[in-house]
Design a protein around this ligand. Structure first.
Ligand code: EPZ
Length: 426
C-alpha cells in the first residue's frame, strides 16, 4: 500500500444524529419531561437546542441524557436566523402545529446538496386541515379552531423528515389519520417507538401508518438507536486504510447494503457480537457499482465516503446518486488529491488509482467532509481540510476517535464556524 497508516483499534458509535433531531422535536409535544439517552454532541443538535429553547423548551444534560421539558410553548415562531443553519429545524413546524395549532417557521431554502423543497411536508399538513401561506419567507400555518384534525395523505415521493413532520401533527390531531408511503428509514421507526412511549396511538404496516390522535401526550425515556451513517463511515475508514477496526454500539442490520458491498469487493466484515462489528482489509479493494436509494438500499449519506474508497479501487467504479440532485460536491476536492473521476449528471465514473496525494481541500457539506477525511487517511503526505465545521455538524469527535486508532490527525483552530483546519498526515 502506498501511503496511509492502517487504522487499528476500537471506535464506539454514537446515537444517531438523524434520529436525535426529530426525537428532540418531540419535546414540544408534551409538558412532561422527555429523557433522551445517547444524543450525540454535534453541531446540528446544538442548533436545534437553541431553536427549541427559543420556543420555550428547557433542556438539561444529565450524564448521558438530554432531558427536555416544555411546560408551556412561549413562542410559535422559528426564525430564519436559526432555521437557515439546518434544514431539520423544519421539524418544529409539525410539532408546534400539534401542540398549539399554529406555527410560523422560516422556509429553510436550498443547501449544498440540492434544492431540497418542503412541498411534501406542507401538502401533508394541509391534508390535516392546516392552512398554509408563505409570507415574507415564512411558512405561516394555522389549524382552524386551534387543533389539527385527522386526515389522509399519501406521499407521492418518500421523504424522511416529511413523514416525521406530518406525524408530529397527526399524533395530537382530533380524529384518525392515515399516512401512506412514509419512509422506511430506521430513524422513523425509532421516532415512532418513542412516540408510542409518550402515549401516541400509531399502527404501522410497512409504509402505511394509522394514527389515532390524542388530546395530550406524556413524557418518556428513550435510548436513541446507533448512528448507521457514522458506523458506515468508520467501516469505510477501516477499508480505505487497510486497517482493522472494531466498531461498538454498531447494529449490522442498519448497514447491510454497505456490509454486502464491502464484502463483495474484498473486505472482511464480521459481526462479533450483536452490537459489535469488525471490519478488516489487507489489499486494495475491487472496483464496484453502487446506487444510492431509500432504506434498506445504500444510504445517500454514505455515497461520498464510498466514492473516496473507489478512488483507490482496482479498476473502474460507477456510482449513481438517486436521492439528491447535487450531491457530488466532494468530487472536485477528491480530484485535487489525485483522484480520477468523471461526472455525468447524477452518475460518477471513478477510475481507481494506486495512490492519492495529500492536498489543501475544502469541505462543502457534512458527508463530503467525511469523504475528504477518509481520502486523506489513505493519501501520501499531508492534507489540510478547511471548513470542518461541516464535519462537526454530524460527527462527534471524529479526529479523536481516529487518532485513538493510529491516525495522524490534528485540529488547528477551535473557533466554531470559523475556517477551521483539520490536518491529516499519512
Ligand atoms: C433526511 O433528510 C436526512 N436528514 C438526510 O441526511 C438524508 O440524506 C435524507 O433524509 C435521505 O435519507 C435528517 O434526517 C435530518 P428527504 P430529508 O425529505 O428528510 C425530496 C445527513 O447528511 N423532497 O427524505 O430532508 C428531496 O429533495 C443528511 O445527515 C421533496 O421533493 O430528506 C430529496 O430529493 C443530509 N419535497 C428526496 O425527497 C419534500 O417536501 C428525499 O428527501 C421533501 C423532500
Amino acid at each position: 500500500m502506498t501511503g496511509g497508516i492502517p487504522l487499528c483499534g476500537t471506535i464506539v458509535i454514537n446515537g444517531a444524529k438523524n434520529a436525535a433531531l426529530p426525537l428532540m422535536a418531540l419535546g414540544l409535544l408534551t409538558d412532561q419531561p422527555l429523557a433522551l439517552e445517547g444524543v450525540p454532541l454535534v453541531g446540528d443538535v446544538h442548533t436545534l437546542q437553541e431553536i427549541l429553547e427559543e420556543l420555550g423548551t428547557s433542556i438539561m444534560r444529565l450524564h448521558n441524557y438530554f432531558v427536555l421539558k416544555t411546560h408551556r410553548v412561549t413562542s410559535t415562531r422559528a426564525s430564519y436566523e436559526r432555521v437557515r443553519k439546518m434544514r431539520a429545524s423544519i421539524l418544529v413546524l409539525g410539532a408546534l402545529l400539534g401542540r398549539c395549532g399554529e406555527a410560523e417557521v422560516s422556509l429553510p431554502g436550498g443547501c449544498a446538496i440540492g434544492a431540497r423543497p418542503v412541498n411534501l411536508h406542507l401538502d401533508g399538513l394541509r391534508a390535516l386541515g392546516v392552512t398554509i401561506d408563505i409570507e415574507h419567507g415564512y411558512i405561516v400555518a394555522k389549524a382552524p379552531k386551534g387543533r389539527v384534525r385527522g386526515g389522509m395523505y399519501e406521499f407521492p415521493k418518500v421523504s424522511v423528515t416529511g413523514s416525521m413532520n406530518v406525524l408530529l401533527a397527526a399524533v395530537l390531531a382530533e380524529g384518525e389519520s392515515c399516512l401512506k408511503n412514509v419512509a422506511l428509514e430506521p430513524e422513523l421507526g425509532d421516532f415512532i417507538t418513542c412516540l408510542k412511549k409518550m402515549g401516541a396511538v400509531i399502527e404501522r404496516e410497512g409504509s402505511t401508518l394509522w394514527i389515532q390522535g390524542q388530546s395530550s401526550l406524556g413524557g418518556a425515556q428513550h435510548k436513541i438507536l446507533p448512528d448507521r451513517i457514522e458506523l458506515g463511515t468508520y467501516m469505510v475508514a477501516a477499508a480505505i486504510t487497510r486497517g482493522n477496526l472494531l466498531l461498538e454500539n454498531a447494529d449490522i442490520s442498519l448497514v447491510m447494503a454497505a456490509v454486502d458491498l464491502l464484502r463483495k469487493i474484498g473486505a472482511v466484515v464480521e459481526e462479533v457480537t450483536p452490537n459489535t462489528i469488525r471490519v478488516m482489509a489487507s489489499d486494495a479493494l475491487e472496483a464496484f457499482s453502487m446506487r444510492t436509494g431509500e432504506f434498506p438500499e445504500m444510504a445517500t449519506d454514505l455515497q461520498a465516503q464510498f466514492m473516496a474508497l473507489a478512488t483507490l479501487g482496482q479498476g473502474t467504479s460507477e456510482i449513481t446518486e438517486t436521492i439528491f440532485d447535487n450531491r457530488f460536491m466532494h468530487v472536485c476536492e477528491l480530484i485535487r488529491m489525485g483522484a480520477h473521476i468523471e461526472l455525468e449528471g447524477n452518475h460518477a465514473v471513478v477510475f481507481g488509482q494506486k495512490r492519492l496525494m495529500g492536498a489543501p481541500v475544502m469541505a462543502t457539506d457534512l458527508r463530503a467532509s467525511a469523504s475528504l477525511v477518509l481520502a486523506a487517511l489513505a493519501a501520501e503526505g499531508t492534507t489540510i481540510i478547511r471548513r470542518v465545521y461541516h464535519l462537526d455538524r454530524g460527527y462527534e469527535g471524529m479526529e479523536i476517535k481516529l487518532a485513538q486508532c493510529g491516525a495522524q490527525i490534528q485540529r488547528l483552530t477551535t473557533q466554531p464556524e470559523q475556517d477551521e483546519l483539520l490536518v491529516v498526515r499519512a
